[in-house]
Design a binder for this molecule. Structure first.
Ligand code: SAM
Ligand code: SF4
Length: 463
């Protein structure tokens, strides 16, 4: 069951006997933190008698848990509201209650209650505890019209953290555990510090209890989550390295991953701990954003490319088999071709396993919005395509070196393609597809690497 750590009251007055209340369907957009939050929302609603649905046609209530990081992400959600309304009308079904949760709720608030695509409810990232109560009112056919103020719940509280129940179907067999919320960095392009509020840590004892609960429920792997997990700092001075040491002591837990690390906080003692602790997977997702020092300064990223590369070299020295992934933005205001080439140089140098690359998207109200968005869209697209090509070439060359190697992998379920195959993952986050669907999720096996397709390896099962 979902709970809270901090000063939030327990729920009372369930809407109905367990499993007999209105049906709620939660659809999740954006980052893993939203995936975790959706789990918490579902846990809270289930605890209060609501039923959980898995599609928009049967549900009484549809909650869209949203992302504001790029303009396109927000547009998708607004058109999704229109699409849901249209599909329900076309099928002759009553209109559901539609709510917008997450970052868009914080950023746009009451505006989402206006216009042709208006929604019935707006609930921001720190207000999910209000959902059962408000939904109880809205879905009660006998109830009088509820006050407008109840329909928009936003604003930040740093005293309360959600603790989601262990996921029934964890992503990639890894249970998400949010360890802190918000962000105190103010990268000039980023909306997150405004939508998610200041950084606030979940208490270590709550995190450990949550992880023990996951292990008790059969989980063997966790992914510690936060906008900057590496900036974790509890009141007694416990930092991320210290927290990971404690998590590694949880009996029965086999693997620990974490997302996202900020390069500025990736200190040598943390990398030493990652290298030393067997349970901590040797995979670092360290967004560089740009390889140009001039752009990094304008982004306020608080490191330069030289420091970043030194950190990568150190990690390679102390963390056996370590792999890297990263986020990159192309076309930040004022980015010249030379700046862009500096980014490509870093990609060639680091040899990332995976890159998440984005065209710069201006966000209203952030510091970079005061700079002219002066790289034309066509040029952003060209740079993005070139960057993707450089990454593909770099990865393909690197990946080819691994053909013939024998790897320990964990099965993560059926692969989408080809039919009858399954997905597996190494501790250092390499994905392998195997022509064998008989493995159970979580099963540990050894494979020989036989080839590469796109970003995955093909493998054969060893006895
Ligand atoms: N906290 C993480 C970090 O510091 O790298 C990242 C969080 S952010 C939600 C995920 C990624 O979205 C960022 O790493 C960045 O590459 C991208 N992003 C953020 N704001 C953006 C913007 N305005 N335009 C394009 N991409 C953006
Ligand atoms: Fe955004 Fe920067 Fe915070 Fe990451 S560290 S969430 S990019 S402000």
């Amino acid at each position: 069951m979902a709970t809270f750590q901090g000063g939030l009251p327990d729920l009372t007055n369930p809407v109905a006997e367990a499993g007999t209340g209105p049906e709620v369907y939660v659809e999740t957009y954006g980052c893993q933190m939203n995936v975790y939050d959706s789990q918490a929302i579902e846990g809270l609603l289930e605890r209060d008698g609501f039923r959980l649905g898995d599609n928009e046609m049967g549900a009484d209530v549809i909650l869209l848990n949203t992302c504001s990081v790029r303009d396109l992400a927000e547009h998708k959600v607004i058109s999704r509201v229109g699409e849901i309304r249209h599909r329900r009308t076309k099928a002759g079904l009553p209109q559901p209650v539609i709510g917008i949760c997450g970052c868009m709720a914080e950023r746009l608030g009451k505006d989402l209650r206006k216009g042709p695509r208006r929604v019935d409810l707006v609930v921001g990232v720190d207000s999910y505890d209000t959902l059962p109560g408000v939904l109880r009112e809205i879905t009660d056919a006998q109830a009088k019209a509820i006050p407008e103020a109840m329909r928009t719940q936003t604003g930040h509280r740093n005293d309360a953290h959600y603790v989601a129940p262990p996921a029934l179907y964890p992503i990639n067999n890894s249970h998400l555990v949010t360890i802190h919320k918000g962000c105190d960095y103010k990268c000039t392009y980023c909306i997150v510090p405004y939508t998610r509020g200041p950084q606030s840590e979940k208490a270590p004892h709550t995190i450990l209890e949550e992880i023990r609960g996951i292990v008790e429920a059969g989980g063997r792997e966790v992914t510690l989550l936060g906008q900057n997990v590496t900036a974790y700092k509890w009141r007694d001075g416990l930092d991320f390295a210290g927290l990971v040491e404690q998590v590694a002591e949880v009996e029965g837990l086999e693997r620990i991953r974490f997302l996202t690390g900020h390069p500025k906080d990736m200190h040598p003692h943390l990398m030493d701990a990652i290298g030393r602790l067997d349970k901590v997977c040797p995979w670092l997702h360290l967004p560089i954003q740009s390889g140009s020092d001039r752009v990094l300064r304008r982004m306020k990223r608080l490191y330069n490319s030289g420091e970043y590369l030194e950190m990568i070299d150190y990690a390679r020295k102390v963390i056996p088999d370590v792999t890297f992934s990263s986020d990159i933005i192309v076309g930040f205001p004022g980015e010249t071709e030379t700046d862009f080439q500096d980014t490509l140089e870093v990609i060639r140098r680091v040899k990332y396993d995976q890159l998440f690359s984005f065209k710069y998207s201006e966000r209203p109200g952030v510091p970079a919005a005061r700079l002219a968005d002066d790289v034309p869209l066509e040029e952003k697209k060209r740079r993005l395509a070139e960057l993707i090509k450089v990454q593909e070439d770099s990865w393909t060359r690197e990946a080819a070196e691994h053909i013939g190697e024998v790897w320990a992998v964990v099965s993560e379920g059926e692969a989408r393609r080809p039919a009858g195959s399954c997905r597996l993952r190494t501790a250092n986050n390499r994905k392998v597809v195997l022509h064998d669907a008989s493995l159970e999720i979580g099963q540990q096996v050894r494979v020989r690497v036989t080839g590469i397709t796109n970003t995955t390896f093909a493998g054969e099962l060893l006895a």
